[in-house]
Design a protein around this ligand. Structure first.
Ligand SMILES: C[S@@+](CC[C@H](N)C(=O)[O-])C[C@H]1O[C@@H](n2cnc3c(N)ncnc32)[C@H](O)[C@@H]1O
Length: 282
């Protein structure tokens, strides 16, 4: 009997990128940046692996009403773009966790380059959100941004978020949902094939959130904004070309398809993009 590769292996294979920091260093050099003067802004075209870039994150966190020095978990932090943004822009104490070893290694390196590794407000862990090493009731908030598409057992992930949140804590979601349109075009950033893609309808996802014990305080269907955002990205790229620091450094030539496919997938409602803020009751 054939045993399919566990999903964790498929996800790590999809994102594997052993020399990513070197590739980003070369891209920065081509863009005229030296490592001495790298800022989070210089990395945004490669370290924000979600629709809407840093602005989407900033707008969403403002809605969540978090206060300085609160603790937040960046669940599935990738190479740490949102982790650094939350520490820098909102002065939160941020812990990033991700299952992809190359990403956690790169997240630490990029954080050093940005001179953000010494103030003890950022911490990265290698591991799965399905089995987290953090104690119960540890965090004031959890942000989960474009990661659940890679997770088949969503109730298990949601139970973990609920466990590590303090009573009254906040779950912030910026996620992809299944839509009423045609099958999505692949590849997309979370999968070259459907083997790593598990996109639920919002109705199912919302039921799972309720069953876990979360109360919703904000919901927004961002699908049209997502289609418009990718349209702008694609238009700028057609006009100016692809900048030297870009997601192709992670995904290779496959990344050339992401912008066109995502614009089409959002505009045909093959997939949706949602934002939601929920609380764990006291
Ligand atoms: C599309 S990327 C988004 C990264 C980041 N949240 C961002 O917006 O830049 C999805 C991330 O989820 C991570 N991931 C997938 N399954 C995971 C799991 N079970 N536990 C932790 N991280 C996971 C992947 O390694 C990848 O870094």
């Amino acid at each position: 009997m054939n045993t399919p590769f566990p999903i964790e292996d498929r996800v790590q294979d999809h994102y594997a990128c052993p020399n990513l920091a070197d590739a980003i260093r070369t891209g920065l050099k081509t863009a005229g940046k030296s490592l001495e003067d790298v800022t989070t802004r210089d990395l945004a075209a490669v370290d924000q692996l979600h629709t809407g870039g840093p602005k989407a994150t900033i707008d969403l966190i403002k809605k969540a009403g978090l206060t300085e020095t609160q603790t937040i978990l960046d669940a599935g932090c990738g190479i740490g773009g949102t982790t650094r943004l939350l520490a820098q822009h909102f002065h939160l104490q941020v812990t990033g966790i991700d299952i992809t070893p190359d990403f956690i290694r790169t997240a630490r390196t990029l954080t050093q380059w940005c001179n953000m590794d010494k103030d003890h407000t950022i911490d990265f862990h290698l591991g799965s959100v399905l089995n987290m090493p953090f104690s119960d009731r540890h965090f004031d908030a959890v942000i989960c941004q474009h990661i659940l598409m890679n997770i088949e057992d969503k109730p298990k992930a949601l139970a973990q978020f609920h466990r590590v949140l303090k009573p009254g804590g906040t779950l912030i979601l910026h996620e992809i949902t299944d839509g009423p349109g045609p099958d999505p075009l692949m590849p997309v950033p979370w999968g070259s094939t459907p083997a790593t893609s598990f996109v639920p309808t919002w109705e199912l996802f919302n039921t799972q959130l309720e069953e876990t014990g979360f109360n919703q305080i904000h919901f927004s269907d961002e699908t049209q904004n997502a289609a418009d955002w990718w349209n702008r990205v694609n238009t700028i790229r057609k006009k100016n070309g692809i900048p030297p620091v870009n997601t192709g450094l992670i995904f290779g030539p496959m990344a050339d398809h992401f912008g066109p496919n995502l614009e089409k997938n959002f505009s045909t409602r093959a997939i949706g993009c949602i934002e939601a803020i929920l609380t764990k009751p006291d």
